[in-house]
Design a protein around this ligand. Structure first.
Ligand code: SF4
Length: 289
């Protein structure tokens, strides 16, 4: 199962649920990988505390001009949908931060004057957090385009996984391209939300995104006792199964604040995660029939 855990807004407890499920499943003897695809602000490692065994620099392709070959046709500039290349009289100027590496300018140039070069934008790390395989991405400071790095982290986890492995993809919050890159290859999208007007507003957007990508959806309401019923009503109206409600627990908050996974320290939280795990097994078994 490829389980993407996402939320319309930040701070709902997405990483708490993602890392806790990873630990629980590993404790149960199941093969599990955790991919921290929130490469702008990765923090799953703070809870899982992995030993990093490998780090690879991650690159994207950007165009460069072959020496003295530009005739200034301007076709590269015309075709670029991202305004990332400027045609000058006998040269080009590439704005690397805007370039999406689509290669259209290379194809458009009648003189075949452009080639691609690698440009490093971040690092992908791999390691082990006890029995949990860990993958994480970190964007270099000042870099604007996190989407390719996120796709790289997910690919690394999928490439190294066995057929039976449970893969948890901890997605970035929101509904932008970076979230889409994280959830694209998931079988199931688990939305972690909270019962507040803010949670409900962003949950609507997250459901919309999941539906646009044709994803099977399910939800968890975290801090379920602190708000109202509107989030639950929205899930019912949208026919999104609610798999678990997790009430606020001061012991969980204290454990989290101390970078200790509450699934290992709080019996009630662990019990609720076990029920969530069972619900996930049921829903995924149903999906594969
Ligand atoms: S590779 Fe694509 S995005 Fe980058 S400059 Fe060329 S056309 Fe523009």
């Amino acid at each position: 199962m490829r389980l993407a855990i996402a939320s319309g807004k930040g701070g709902t407890g997405k990483t708490l649920i993602a890392t806790s499920l990873a630990r629980l499943w590993a404790d149960q003897g199941r093969a599990v990988s955790y991919a921290d695809a929130d490469a702008d602000e990765p923090n799953g490692h703070l809870l899982l505390n992995p030993t990093i065994t490998r780090e690879d620099r991650f690159s994207v392709k950007v165009p460069v001009l072959k020496e003295k070959k530009c005739a200034g046709h301007g076709k590269c500039q015309d075709i670029c949908a991202f305004n990332a290349i400027l045609s000058l009289k006998d040269s080009v100027l590439v704005f690397n931060e805007l370039c999406h590496g689509c290669g259209a300018c290379l194809l458009a140039c009648p003189d075949n004057a452009l080639i691609e070069r690698d440009r490093e934008i971040g690092t992908i790390s791999q390691g082990m957090a006890d029995e949990v395989k860990f993958y994480g991405g970190r964007l270099d400071v000042g870099e604007a385009r996190v989407t390719p790095l996120i796709a790289g982290v997910v690919d690394a986890a999928l490439d190294n996984a066995s057929d039976e492995e449970l893969i948890i993809i901890d997605s970035p919050p929101g509904t932008s391209c970076s979230t889409m890159a994280a959830i694209e290859q998931a079988d199931l999208l688990l939305l972690v939300t909270e019962p507040t007007p803010f949670g409900m507003h962003d949950l609507k957007l997250a459901i919309e995104l999941g539906r646009a990508l044709n994803k099977r959806l399910a939800a968890v309401i975290n801090r379920s006792d602190l708000g109202d019923n509107t989030t639950k009503e929205l899930l019912e109206k949208e026919s999104v199964p609610l798999l678990a409600e997790i009430p606020f627990d001061r012991a969980v908050a204290e454990s989290y604040a101390a970078s200790r996974l509450p699934v290992s320290t709080c019996a009630d939280f662990r019990e609720r995660l076990m029920l969530l795990s069972e619900e996930l097994d049921i829903i995924t078994r149903g999906a594969s029939k």
